[in-house]
Design a protein around this ligand. Structure first.
Ligand code: FPP
Length: 296
């Protein structure tokens, strides 16, 4: 059964509040509204960065891979004050196969090189690396490098880095529906687990708290459509190769200035427990607002 929770302003991190996301990854983590536990980034602008410098697009992608390294390091460092548990980077959409063969080839070689050369650094930094998306269309050498870095960094606790390659949110949703196969819809928990299988993710992908897109475009481009249900969106004109710790800090600052409501209302009183959302429709609080909680 779906329950939603409204939190009063005074104690967003109050341990007495239950944390539905701990047991159900399809719930946003509403117990930490000021902490973006899952940050996802659409890394856009490599091509323009290169064009501005009279360089080939592949040079923009290489500069983009240096920005990946900087951003992962910054996310680990940010974790000292505000732990980001998961960082998901959109590296290659399933629609990117439609780019010229030379660019696709350059990107695949770059992913292979980056994954091979970053494995030791990630292991040292405590970064667990997973690649999400389809694997069957990737080269065997890239698949082997992915399996190797995933195994090597499995114990990393500082950050879970997910790199989305051959990723399509719609494609994954359709595949998850196919895996389910039943006539009756699955629960959210079951669906999140099916989605993880469709994406080759090691566990259900947690809801995105903060989605950043660089490069100035204002769209989602088939990225994390299920997980972004209540994500805060930050769009920046910064081109991806220029991104790093400062730009990440700005995005986190903007996130902290947002009031997260998850479809409810920010209230000052304690949340009321109404197990059945249908009943909640008829259970206004003293201010005439509706509250639904998971607390007992
Ligand atoms: C979009 O910019 C970027 C991509 C399609 C590739 C992203 C790849 C990297 C950042 C390189 C390295 C990544 C890893 C994980 C090693 P664009 O080329 O569409 O830029 P444009 O909009 O300016 O043309």
């Amino acid at each position: 059964m779906f329950q939603s929770t409204c939190y009063h302003d005074a104690s967003p991190g109050d341990p007495s509040h239950s944390d539905p996301s701990h047991s159900d990854p399809s719930h946003p983590d509403r117990s930490h509204p000021h902490r973006p536990l899952h940050v996802a980034i659409v890394m856009d602008g490599n091509g323009r960065w290169a064009e501005h410098r009279g360089l080939p697009r592949s040079a923009g992608h290489r500069a983009g891979s240096r920005a990946v390294r900087r951003t992962v390091k910054a996310a680990v460092a940010q974790g000292v004050s505000i732990p980001i548990r998961t960082l998901t980077l959109y590296a290659f959409s399933s629609d990117n196969w439609g780019r010229p063969a030379a660019e696709v080839g350059a990107l695949m070689r770059l992913f292979l090189h980056h994954i091979r050369t970053e494995a030791a650094r990630c292991e040292r930094q405590g970064v667990r690396v997973s690649v999400i998306g389809r694997r069957d269309r990737l080269g065997s050498d890239l698949r082997a490098a992915i399996e190797s870095i995933e195994a090597r960094t499995l114990q990393g606790k500082a950050l879970h880095l997910q790199i989305a390659i051959d990723y399509s949110a719609r494609g994954a949703i359709l595949e998850a529906v196919g895996l389910h196969g039943g006539l009756e819809g699955p629960s959210r928990e079951d669906f999140a687990a099916l989605l993880a299988r469709a994406l080759h993710a090691p566990a259900p992908v947690p809801d995105v708290d903060l989605l950043v897109r660089t490069g100035g475009e204002l769209r989602l481009s088939d990225f994390m459509l299920w997980e972004c249900a209540y994500a805060e969106l930050v769009f920046t004109p910064c081109l991806w190769p220029d991104f790093g710790s400062e730009a990440l800090a700005h995005a986190l600052e903007e996130f902290r200035g947002r009031t997260r409501r998850f479809g409810c209302l920010p209230l000052s009183g304690p949340p009321t427990t109404v197990a059945n959302p249908a009943l909640a429709e008829h259970a206004p609080n003293a201010q005439g607002r509706r509250e639904v909680g998971t607390h007992v």
